[in-house]
Design a binder for this molecule. Structure first.
Ligand code: PAF
Length: 322
């Protein structure tokens, strides 16, 4: 509580929608800081487990146990000052449908999701000045339900797609609170470019690993896969440039470096495919294809990657029927 008193705290009650690794990490640290944090889960069973056992947070500095407030419906939470959305991209609409009962006129809704298109969905239920976009480079793994491992600290950037001075003031408060909680955060003017920069890494790694079943480090051992990675990223860079964004000229090299830095990881998309779960392909390669079509640009490599990963998703049901 002492650290909390040091920041003039306009953010008191927080809801985290989606208690995956990043949701538990951000919400857990805010709860440890002393904020009133609620987690919204779509699974009754997991919510009950998390309430009973709390969060086990492994950090390089030690292991902490943090009690959690978890529920499957918004009744009883009341209006929050901050809502953090950490659901998979395809669950954004259902997360957005919970917002009307969680917000007041100054609530900030922060999307911390992978891929593109989330602001467009959120804008349907609240004014854009209340929407913050975040990109985080923390390496957090879900070891098992209620147990996360924070293996690598990275920066978090927050910004708004809207150049609005009032929104900036509110975002500055959010940055201060996150940083005080131990999540070093920067307020940036070019969050859309940062979203695209992170997207390039996912464009280069996720679908290729899901299709080949190779770990990230093994992708760059094959010159042919490296070429495909470069082709997919180069297409996405052309789309970013056409949108007037400053595309990162080092994007291909950075994706390869990310493969080496996370060599032993199975990408989130490969994990989804191995667990026969829906992937985020539509918000990653698929989103680039969609943007490209609107701009009249050809993105054949991303189109093929999207079709093939969607084909794998279809095969889950066919295998079950046999
Ligand atoms: O989605 C993922 O798995 C991660 O964003 C990354 C960086 C590709 C590492 O596996």
């Amino acid at each position: 509580m002492t650290r909390l008193r040091r920041v003039e705290c306009t953010i008191k009650r927080v809801a985290v929608i989606g208690p995956g690794a990043i949701g538990l990490f951000f919400g857990g640290l805010l709860s440890r800081l002393g904020l009133d944090v609620w987690f919204l889960d779509k699974s009754e069973e997991r919510a009950a487990y998390l309430v009973k056992h709390g969060l086990l947070l492994e950090e390089t500095t030690g292991v902490t146990s943090i009690p959690l407030k978890v529920t499957t419906d918004t009744t009883g939470i009341g209006p929050c000052d901050l809502v953090i959305i950490c659901v998979k991209s395809y669950d954004t609409e259902s997360a957005a449908s919970l917002l009307p009962s969680l917000i007041h006129q100054n609530t900030l809704v922060l999307t911390l999701q992978n891929g593109l298109g989330h602001v467009e969905v959120l804008k349907k239920v609240l004014p854009e000045r209340q929407i913050a976009v975040g990109v985080t480079f923390h390496g957090v793994t879900l070891v098992e339900t209620g147990h996360i491992r924070h293996a690598g600290a990275g920066p978090t950037c927050i910004g708004s797609f809207l150049p609005d001075e009032k929104a900036r003031g509110q975002l500055a408060k959010l940055v201060e609170i996150l940083t005080t909680a131990g999540l070093a955060t920067k307020l940036v003017d070019n969050i859309e470019e940062i979203v695209w920069n992170k997207l390039m890494v996912n464009i280069g790694i996720n679908a290729l690993s899901a299709l080949t079943r190779l770990k990230n480090g093994d992708l760059v051992k094959s010159p042919e896969i490296q070429n495909l990675m470069a082709m997919a990223i180069t297409e996405a860079l052309a789309v970013a440039r056409s949108k007037g964004l400053r595309a990162n000229p080092q994007a291909v090299e950075e994706a390869k470096a990310a493969c080496l830095a996370t060599a032993e990881n199975r990408s989130s998309m490969l994990q989804d495919v191995l667990n026969k779960k829906r992937t985020e392909i539509e918000a990653i390669n698929g989103a680039v294809v969609k943007e490209a079509k609107a701009l009249g640009i050809a993105t054949p490599v991303n189109e093929v990657l999207t079709i093939l990963v969607k084909g794998i998703e279809k095969s889950y049901n066919l295998q079950a029927e046999r």
